[in-house]
Design a protein around this ligand. Structure first.
Ligand SMILES: Nc1ncnc2c1ncn2[C@@H]1O[C@H](COP(=O)(O)OP(=O)(O)O)[C@@H](O)[C@H]1O
Ligand SMILES: [Mg+2]
Length: 251
């Protein structure tokens, strides 16, 4: 077996007396399509926060490509290639979609962030920005201000910015949350079309999406791994169905 992109060894996180995560031994393989599911409050977001360095674990280690990064700061983990979607307020709403993506890519390549200043403008950064917007079917919106876009497409711009970092690992915590259902397919289509080279861990409550998208599923219950397996295995797991999936789903 090759070294996993991300691995946790006996990771735990306590908030006072609450064990939000415990004994988590988890692996995300290169290029994986991996879903993390579980009831509300199971500790899914906490676990992502431990992977990104937003939270420090109370016990255990986080490894990236075999190297212990438990004490590596969040910003450094981003540079290593571990990315998550940013909150919406990370976008510059008064700037255009293209300008937002340009800024993100500039940051990665060390160019000046302002494409409107002709002196510093980099053609290669513009080309890469446009290519990325095309991949996400956002090219038609390139010259609109972010504030003019419907919410679902604003979330897509966030995804564009994150992809502009050229991550090896992408952590998606309910990427379509808050997006009206009529628009949510654009997010899910974009997630489905992500470059194969990126290892993706997605948290989502939409079991149709999860079972279509994931090659591997981890079920978290009360902070611990309850079950892991292929969608077929998880769908057929009576304990998982009782705890989370209900009787009617994925027969
Ligand atoms: N910063 C925090 N301080 C205290 N308790 C927290 C904090 N973050 C999360 N929790 C608690 O940890 C548990 C897991 O939360 P979370 O990881 O958000 O679950 P999920 O994403 O699966 O819904 C919940 O009981 C939540 O209230
Ligand atoms: Mg959550």
């Amino acid at each position: 077996m090759t070294t996993p992109l991300i691995e946790t060894r006996n990771v735990g996180k306590n908030f006072g007396a609450l064990r939000a995560s415990h004994d988590i031994n988890f692996q995300l393989e290169a290029g994986a399509r991996h879903a993390l599911i579980g009831p509300n409050g199971a500790g899914k977001t906490t676990f992502i926060n431990l992977l990104t360095g937003v939270l420090a674990p109370s016990t255990g280690q986080v490894l990236f490509k075999g190297t212990d990064i438990t004490n590596v700061a969040q910003a450094e983990r981003v540079k290593l290639g571990i990315a998550r979607t940013f909150q919406i307020n990370r976008l510059f709403r008064g700037l255009t979609v293209l300008e937002n993506v340009y800024m993100a890519i500039s940051e990665r390549v060390g160019a000046a962030p302002f494409m409107l200043r002709p002196a510093g403008k980099r053609r290669d950064v513009i080309d890469e920005s446009i290519e990325l917007l095309e991949t996400l079917k956002l090219a038609d919106y390139a010259h609109l201000r972010v504030s003019e876009l419907p919410y679902g497409r604003q979330r897509l711009v966030e995804l564009a910015i994150t992809l502009g970092l050229k991550p090896e690992v992408l952590l998606l915590d309910e990427p379509a949350a808050g997006v009206p259902s009529a628009e949510s397919h654009i997010i899910l289509d974009a997630v489905a079309a992500l470059p194969k080279s990126i290892g993706v861990l997605i948290i989502d409550h939409d079991m149709d999406l999860v079972f279509r998208f994931a090659q591997y599923i981890t079920v978290l219950v009360r902070g611990a791994i309850f079950a892991q397996g292929t969608p077929k295995e998880i769908g057929a797991n009576a304990d998982v169905r009782a705890v989370y999936l209900g009787q009617a789903t994925h027969g």
